[in-house]
Design a protein around this ligand. Structure first.
Ligand SMILES: Nc1ncnc2c1ncn2[C@@H]1O[C@H](COP(=O)(O)OP(=O)(O)OP(=O)(O)O)[C@@H](O)[C@H]1O
Ligand SMILES: C[C@@](O)(CCO)CC(=O)[O-]
Ligand SMILES: [Mg+2]
Length: 439
């Protein structure tokens, strides 16, 4: 069992093909990105030891509950036969939590707090010491890059560590791809709990975002249908793709976009089902292309992949999940003949990706970036694949450093406008400092 303080982290993701259709059991392809969320768990001072506190400055939420005021009495008893949680939320607990959240009205804050409370009550006990759970993210929030899943995975990982459900990652061999059975069992459990966090945040998730945030790398994912388990195939030799990632900065919530598609499907099943089937077919084509050996990834291969990007975007437009700002991004990339563009994630705003032609001159890419930034869009540089969830436990020697991080990055300073993405990455970021270990 691990005790506070400690840090956990999980990545965001880019869906390359198949969003929305994924909710209906169709395959989708996604990869982790280097932008991540970080969760610091600290113990309260003695005078607040009967409280649990959330500090979510990215969504401007700070809230404390008296631990004993929470509805522990309705927490479902865990089955002795299985360590995995059920995939459905418990209705009685969800209803009881309404009471604990009456003062948190903003939907962005409320859904994150709900995910926390649900997992906290299921995984912890009322006799645990008072703690603060502070989240900061280098991901744009509500922008299609899986911020909700990366936060859910962080919450699940921290609470599983505190309750002893999982142990910190065991050191792998020299080759980090080495399989370790204990780590695998831990990350599967974290993924399953994070799925419930995602359910609290957006109702009907497919599970692809939390799967990527937990396991990292690139995957083909297919949600369980008719009792068949989820399929999660890791795509190890994912080809290097030249992508631009552009945030339209148009806020939207995944919950709303997913619900809109459900309404379309209900109102026009004969129209909507073929669109979802079309997305399924193109994702299967893309999967075959992405698994091709490197020597076959020639110009024709590249053109076919770009065509699939274009068709995927068109079908998402037909589902009603684009936005004029996403169309403006697509048109700018089309005009400069940079490559093909699609929205990524739930759409309705948020991010688009452009799959850049290999032979495009850097000057044209620069021109596109300038044009987009001139319109108030943000162009990100990130790499695909990479680590999934991990944790950083302090050693005695760096106690002072931990206090500094807490102050600089995770305290309420951010609400006053201090501390940005680069600060987070530089100070505690995976890849910037030593000590991170991954399940
Ligand atoms: N850094 C954060 N701190 C607190 N809550 C967060 C943070 N990041 C995300 N969230 C929670 O996740 C919600 C956004 O999730 P949503 O699913 O709508 O978008 P996304 O995950 O960024 O995009 P997509 O689901 O399309 O990949 C926020 O409203 C908030 O509840
Ligand atoms: C829109 C969606 O397909 C992707 C969101 O990143 C929803 C999901 O699969 O959970
Ligand atoms: Mg999300």
């Amino acid at each position: 069992m691990v005790s506070a303080p400690f840090l956990v982290s999980a990545p965001g993701k880019i869906i390359l093909f198949g969003e929305h259709a994924a909710v209906y059991g169709k395959p989708a392809i996604a990869a982790a990105v280097s932008l991540r969320s970080y969760l610091l768990t600290t113990k309260h001072a003695a005078e607040f030891s009967d409280c649990v506190t959330l500090e979510f400055p990215d969504v401007k939420l700070q809230y404390s509950w008296k631990i004993h005021s929470l509805p522990w009495n309705v927490v479902p008893k865990r089955s002795m036969d299985t360590v995995r949680p059920p995939s459905e939320l418990n209705t009685a607990l969800m209803e009881a939590l309404e009471q604990s959240l009456v003062a948190v009205l903003n939907p962005l804050q409320r859904s994150a707090a709900l995910a926390f409370l649900y997992l906290y009550l299921c995984l912890c006990s009322p006799d645990m010491p008072g703690m603060t759970f502070s989240v900061r993210s280098t991901l744009p929030i509500g922008a299609g890059l899986g911020s909700s899943a990366s936060v859910s995975v962080c919450l699940a990982a921290a609470l599983c560590l505190l309750s002893g459900e999982v142990s910190p990652p065991e050191t792998k061999g020299d080759d980090d791809s080495d399989f370790n059975a204990a780590n695998y069992a831990s990350i599967e459990l974290i993924d399953a709990w994070a799925f419930l966090g995602e359910r609290c945040i957006h109702g009907n998730p497919s599970g692809i975002d939390n799967a990527v945030a937990s396991h990292g790398g690139a995957v083909m994912f297919q949600r369980m249908t008719k009792g068949n388990p989820n399929v999660r195939e890791s795509m190890r030799n994912f080809p290097p793709l030249k992508l631009l990632l552009i945030d339209s900065r148009q806020p939207r919530r995944t919950a709303v976009q997913v619900a809109n598609v459900a309404t379309l499907l209900q109102n026009y099943p004969l129209v909507t089902e073929p669109i979802l089937n079309g997305i399924q077919a193109l994702t299967s084509e893309a999967y075959k292309l992405l698994l091709m050996p490197k020597e076959k990834c020639d110009d024709v291969w590249e053109e076919r992949l770009r065509e699939l990007v274009r068709v995927n975007h068109g079908l998402l437009v037909a589902l009603g999940v684009s936005h004029p700002k996403l169309e403006a991004i697509r048109m700018a990339a089309d005009e400069l003949e940079i490559g093909e563009t699609k929205l990524t994630g739930a759409g309705g705003g948020g991010c688009a990706i452009t799959l850049v032609k290999r032979d495009v001159e850097e000057s044209r890419i620069l021109e596109l970036k300038e044009r987009l930034e001139g319109h108030g869009f943000e162009v990100f540089e990130t790499s695909l694949g990479g680590f999934g969830a991990g944790c950083l436990l302090p050693t005695k020697s760096d106690a002072a450093e931990w206090e500094e991080w807490e102050d600089k990055l995770f305290s309420l300073h951010h609400m006053l406008g201090l501390g940005d993405r680069e600060d987070i990455q530089k100070t505690v970021g995976v890849g910037s400092i030593d000590g991170w270990a991954f399940w």
